[in-house]
Design a protein around this ligand. Structure first.
Ligand SMILES: [Zn+2]
Ligand SMILES: [Zn+2]
Length: 251
């Protein structure tokens, strides 16, 4: 027993060290706020560089030169990389070697920014006064009808579960509210009957409500639910009684 007890503290130490190494990876994917924090640290380092170099901005002719001149003040090399895209921040080459005090409106002068947009369409921009702006979220319209197709597919799956528990019958469909109430038990999503793009409730075919899905004639041609309002990209999603989601172009 004795040797084992002697090893125990060492094992605990290993566990603690491993835990602290793994913890950041477990904490989740980096966000635009993490990118902004990185960029803020870079701006603070630029400020220190300027103070140390008689009011002169660092070399900003390339991301590599920028990092080389500012790194001694930032200390952390990863601060020069966007944590989301992994790309180095793009410095504003027109500021290279300029006098910091010559910048008229530092709150509007871009110092460095994300060379590539984040997957959600946002981009961080750092300004000469030290503030960072997160800009340019992609509008939902640019993303296409995919989110709506996914929502209707989920709605269909919930309706299938409902039918399975109700002798094959579809839920009553007098309104989106009624459908949501009937399917709420089978899908936890409280917005199951709302288009995620327009924010409008879907229209439902009231004549299908309570019917046995398998007995609907030509179900592929019968609409069960559809976008009451077209998406900004002039598309409309339709869920047929056969359970298929299609995207229509609206003239
Ligand atoms: Zn970024
Ligand atoms: Zn939609």
């Amino acid at each position: 027993m004795r040797p084992f007890l002697l090893y125990l503290p060492a094992l605990l130490l290993v566990a603690v060290v491993l835990g602290s190494v793994l913890a950041p990876a477990v904490a989740g994917a980096p966000s635009a706020a993490d990118c902004a924090a990185n960029l803020k640290a870079v701006l603070a380092a630029v400020q220190l560089y300027v103070q140390d170099h008689d009011d002169t901005m660092p070399s900003m002719t390339s991301a590599g030169n920028f990092e080389k001149s500012v790194l001694p003040y930032a200390k952390v090399r990863s601060h020069f990389l966007c944590p989301i895209t992994g790309k180095p921040y793009q410095p504003n080459y027109t500021l290279s070697g300029k006098a910091r005090s010559s910048l008229k409106n530092p709150g509007a002068v871009e110092v460095a920014w994300d060379a590539a947009r984040h997957p959600d369409g946002t981009r961080c921009i750092g300004y000469a006064d030290g503030h960072v702006a997160i800009t340019g979220a992609k509008p939902a319209a640019a993303a296409g009808p995919g989110a709506c197709v996914a929502r209707l597919t989920k709605l269909k799956a919930a309706a299938d579960k409902y039918a399975g528990a109700h002798g094959g019958k579809l839920p009553p469909m007098p309104s989106a509210k009624a459908v949501q109430a009937a399917l709420g038990t089978y899908a936890k999503d409280p917005k199951l009957t709302v288009c995620p793009i327009t924010g409008q409730a879907y229209s439902f075919n009231p004549t299908l409500g309570g019917k046995v899905a398998r007995q609907v004639k030509n179900p592929g041609a019968v609409r069960a639910a559809w976008d009451a309002k077209p998406h900004p990209d002039r598309t409309r999603c339709v869920l047929s009684a056969a359970g298929k989601v299609t995207v229509e172009k609206v003239k």
